[in-house]
Every structure is written in structure tokens, then in C-alpha cells.
Design a protein. Structure first.
Length: 314
């Protein structure tokens, strides 16, 4: 409304300027014209011509003013609609792009799931490889380490290394790094899907009170072994219809004179339970250590049998 008033005032000044020559013309023709205040007195002989000229000028400028006002209003409406339409188009395009991206992600996830399912059906087996292995290696900055084929060295090789002066120094140098954190992560992994590192992790877990640099070197060897077997895991094929139990035991460790026993339980030829543990008693013979391992394994075997029976009955 304010812009229109400004436009009217501007057009009124244009009308007055256009009429000024005509007024001066009539004043020159009729010198008897008297001026009083702000009004112009026109003689009766020139009244008709004056009225005609005023009407034509007013109509001409009024039509022009009306057209300009209408044009400005239409232009403003067009610009407003154009801006709104552009915003709507941009918003719609963004929504469409987000929807398309989400749809593509879902399709890719579905394709990967179907592909894995088809591969499992073709193999007639299920391979369990936990992704936590990568997280553990990233946590301890071992993702680019050199792979190892075994999680630990043999006792004979360790005796040979202990004669090296550098190794002797490492065996007495205390380690102040994240030893317990590493052992905790490896214990979790060994108890979930990696029975192949259970014995090595069990031995290193006994040195958490005062670890040395040599102990940390052995922990890093387990990390290197995981790096080399990152794609390996438990495979379940469901072959057979019986349960098998394998047990073994060492005889008297040099440090504590206690043996270490371990077992693996297989149900339908698939590994379902395993454990590596230091024995609580000091045995006097290898036979006693073996019998102790069998006795400690009996309870877990009964639990697996009960579980299999309950599943079969249901």
C-alpha cells in the first residue's frame, strides 16, 4: 500500500507538469485572469476547452498509472510464486535424493544378506567370524602388523630365546602399558569364537600382576596370529548325531608345578564348548593330570547333553 501511494504522488507531479504549458497558454490568451490564494479562475469563454484538456490529461495519466500499478502487483505476485516454487522444487529434490540414497542402502544390504545366505546354503554350513576381531586390532594399533602362523612359541623355542641377553633383559623389564586391557579383550574373544587361542591367552592371563616387556611381546604375537587368521572362524555343518568330547592336560608347569587342562565338546560334529584352565591341585603323574582333566570336564559334558535333549524334545 505504501509503494502504491508513492507511485500516485509521483504520477500526480507528472500530471501537473504536463498541464503547466496549457495553463500558461490560457493565461497568455486571457490576461484578465485573477489569481486568488491557490485557485486559478478561468473565464467562462475558456471553461469548456479547459475542462476538455483537463479531462484528457487526467484520463491519459490515470490509465497509465493504473497500468503501472497493475503491472507492479503482477510482477510482485509472479516473483513471490517463483520464489515459493523454487523453494518447493529444491526441497522436493533434496527429499527425493535422501529417499533414493536410503533406498539404495537398503537394497545393497538386502543383496549382501541374500548373497551370504545363498553361499551358506551352497556350502551347507554356517561360518561364524566375529567382527570384534577387527575392533580389537584397531584398539591396540595392530591392524598393519606382520601376521604369524601360530599364537605362541613352543617351550623349547622359548628356552633357546631366554639365553639371548636382549631377551633376558626383556624378561625383567616391567611393562606399564595396557596389558590387562589386552588380556581382557583376548579372553572374551577366546571364549566366544576362537578356541585356538584359548591356551595361549590362559597362560598370559596369569601374568597380569607384574607383566614384563617379554610378556607384552607374547601378547602381540597373538594379535599377529589374529591378523593372519582374520577371516577364519567356527564352521557348523550338522554332520552326525552324536556328541564327542576331547580332553588333554599338561604335566606340571615349571613356575607353579600345576598342570593345565583343556577340552573341546562337539555336538553333531560341531564345536559347541571348549575351555583351557589351570588345575587347582598339584598332580604327581601325567595319569593323574589326565584323570583330573576328565573329571573337571564331566560337568560341562552333562550340561551339553541336557541342553541337546531339551532341544530335541521340543
Amino acid at each position: 500500500m505504501i509503494s502504491r501511494c508513492h507511485l500516485l504522488i509521483r504520477q500526480s507531479s507528472v500530471v501537473i507538469k504536463s498541464l503547466a504549458p496549457r495553463v500558461s497558454k490560457f493565461q497568455n490568451l486571457q490576461p484578465a485572469v485573477r489569481r486568488r490564494k491557490r485557485f486559478i479562475l478561468i473565464p467562462s469563454s475558456l471553461k469548456d476547452e479547459w475542462t476538455k484538456e483537463m479531462r484528457e490529461a487526467t484520463m491519459r495519466n490515470g490509465l497509465l498509472l493504473d497500468q503501472q500499478v497493475k503491472t507492479s502487483e503482477k510482477l510482485r505476485e509472479s516473483m513471490t510464486s517463483l520464489i515459493n516454487s523454487n523453494n518447493s522444487v529444491v526441497r522436493a529434490q533434496k527429499d527425493m535424493m535422501l529417499q533414493q540414497e536410503t533406498a539404495n542402502q537398503r537394497v545393497n544390504m538386502l543383496i549382501d544378506t541374500v548373497r551370504n545366505l545363498v553361499d551358506a546354503i551352497k556350502r551347507q554350513s554356517i561360518n561364524i567370524t566375529p567382527p570384534i576381531q577387527n575392533k580389537i586390532l584397531e584398539k591396540f594399533k595392530m591392524t598393519e602388523c606382520k601376521p604369524q602362523e601360530t599364537p605362541m612359541i613352543t617351550r623349547q623355542a622359548k628356552k633357546i630365546e631366554s639365553k639371548n641377553p636382549e631377551k633376558q633383559k626383556e624378561m625383567i623389564t616391567p611393562f606399564h602399558g595396557p596389558f590387562r586391557e589386552a588380556i581382557g579383550s583376548l579372553l572374551y574373544l577366546a571364549g566366544v569364537t576362537r578356541p585356538d587361542i584359548a591356551y595361549a591367552v590362559n597362560l598370559l592371563s596369569r601374568r597380569q600382576i607384574a607383566p614384563t616387556t617379554s610378556d607384552w611381546t607374547e601378547v602381540k604375537r597373538i594379535f599377529r596370529y589374529l591378523r593372519g587368521s582374520i577371516n577364519e572362524g567356527l564352521v557348523y555343518r550338522a554332520n552326525g548325531d552324536e556328541m564327542k568330547v576331547y580332553t588333554d592336560s599338561s604335566f606340571g608347569d615349571c613356575e607353579e608345578s600345576k598342570s593345565t587342562s583343556g577340552y573341546i565338546i562337539k555336538l553333531f560334529d560341531d564345536t559347541v564348548a571348549w575351555r583351557s584352565k589351570k588345575q587347582t591341585l598339584v598332580t604327581r603323574s601325567t595319569c593323574g593330570a589326565e584323570y583330573y582333566a576328565m573329571r573337571s570336564n564331566g560337568g560341562d559334558s552333562e550340561e551339553v547333553l541336557d541342553l541337546g535333549g531339551s532341544v530335541g524334545n521340543n
